[in-house]
Design a binder for this molecule. Structure first.
Ligand code: FAD
Length: 394
């Protein structure tokens, strides 16, 4: 990203944006002295579009489930239902729930060599196993139906507590967890973490406004205040946006690999679908089963929220060192389902792809759509909206 230092009067910077499938929106800018930043759009021509990804956010209405309970003869700590913010919360969430378990009166006989089973090998399960190791526990099994191609590998990677449905009573816990997670990733990004050197970077994050970013609660604690800026895409299109220059991008598939590599010599990995909690051999369980936790616990508050992503290829990675997220409002899919559409772009990279295969665009939010309802048309709408956002003809 090139950063211009020119401060100009922008009364002429008004622009028009009508995303496909959405009501037309007119974005005007007030006459004000704002910093103008040149941000090069990625190449969104057909030849530069890579893998299409469809996946489901494990949404739990009312907040993620973070608690400890007795289930038959098992002591179960629950850590699931983080919706579109699992990565944003994972390290803090793991630390919080492991702490609840250790402090629980139900776990009086839990010693550091007591066997513990973590169900789930997504980001929540892996961070839980990592945190237990950090706390000195030595007999950990990560048991999961699947280890590859999970929602956790596919996720975009923006650190922002958005796309959850939280009961206000839980908000202070979510904020505390979010701040701890930010500190963890910032340490990785700054090269100061003792175990992880890749997987998180500090880059500017751009939003339409401060409230939508979800990041205001971080300002003054771990982040600096946002700035109003004008993004100039060099296509004749400019947009007034809000910039958090200390935004964090989590390179999700890369970080999953780093976590797995760190854990491999320290914990046991067992591939198995757990049908009932009572089938697990150990008395202590941490339930990080994501969407699968709905069936395991008979938890009707769990619901899938489908998302569409398109990986980019053959790009100039130096031009993609930023994140953008804007929302367009609600529409209907071709199959008649309610869809909340947005456009986001992050510098995501998949291991085992070329060095220039960087960047992802998303995204949709379709509650209740399972993998058997792919809503394929949304991929086309997504890329059309992305091109319109930047003022690209194709
Ligand atoms: C399109 C999209 C974009 C996203 N972007 C972001 C983002 O930018 N930032 C952000 O913070 N978050 C983002 N998210 C959300 C984030 O990806 C999820 O919240 C997070 O990955 C959930 O992690 P998890 O470990 O709970 O679940 P998962 O990754 O789904 O892992 C669940 C694990 O549990 C196992 N399991 C399930 N049931 C059983 C069972 N019965 N027995 C044994 N194992 C079982 C599975 O096999 C798997 O190993 C995005 C999600 C989507 C879909």
């Amino acid at each position: 990203m090139l950063k211009s230092l020119i401060i100009v009067s922008l009364s002429s910077a008004a622009c028009l944006f009508a995303p496909a499938g959405c009501a037309q929106t007119v974005s005007t800018t007030a006459t004000a002295a704002l910093e103008v930043r040149r941000v090069e759009p990625p190449d969104l021509s057909d030849a530069h579009l890579g893998k299409r990804i469809l996946c489901e956010r494990p949404m739990r209405h009312g907040a993620p489930r973070l608690c400890v309970e007795q289930v038959g003869d098992k002591v179960v700590a629950h850590d699931y239902g983080h919706g579109g913010s699992g990565w944003t919360l994972a390290p803090g969430s793991a630390e919080y729930v492991d702490g609840l378990l250790i402090a629980s009166p139900l776990a009086k006989d839990l010693r550091t060599d007591t066997p513990i089973t973590v169900i789930g090998a997504g980001v929540i399960g892996l961070f839980t196993a990592y945190d237990l190791c950090q706390k000195g526990y030595t007999n950990i099994t990560v048991m999961a139906e699947r280890f590859d191609g999970l929602t956790s590998h596919n996720a975009g990677g923006l650190l922002a507590p958005v796309s959850m449905d939280n009961d206000p009573a839980m908000q202070s816990v979510i904020e505390r967890i979010g701040l701890d997670a930010y500190r963890f990733y910032a340490q990785v990004a700054r090269g100061e973490h003792p175990h992880f050197k890749t997987g998180a970077v500090i880059v500017p994050a751009y939003f339409d406004d401060r409230k939508e970013s979800g990041l205001e609660a971080y300002v003054g604690k771990v982040m600096k205040p946002a700035k109003d800026v004008i993004l100039d895409f060099g296509t004749g299109t400019t947009r007034r946006m809000v910039a958090y220059d200390d935004g964090i991008f989590m390179d999700t598939a890369v970080m999953m690999q780093s976590l797995t590599d760190w854990l491999k010599p320290r914990v046991k990995f067992v591939q198995r679908k757990v049908q009932r909690l009572s089938d697990v051999e150990t008395r202590f369980i941490v339930d990080c089963a994501g969407l699968g936790a709905g069936a395991l616990n008979g938890d009707a508050a769990m619901v899938p929220v489908q998302g569409h992503l398109i990986m980019l290829k053959d790009q100039d990675p130096a031009k993609l060192r930023h994140m953008i997220l804007v929302y367009f409002g609600e529409g209907k899919t071709a199959s008649g389902m309610k869809v909340k559409r947005s456009f986001y772009q992050f510098p995501k990279h998949l291991p085992d792809t070329g060095a220039a295969d960087v960047g992802v665009v998303g995204g949709t939010f379709i509650e209740g759509a399972g993998m058997d309802m792919p809503n394929e048309d949304e991929f086309r709408i997504l890329i059309e909206n992305a091109r319109k956002f930047y003022g690209l003809s194709r």
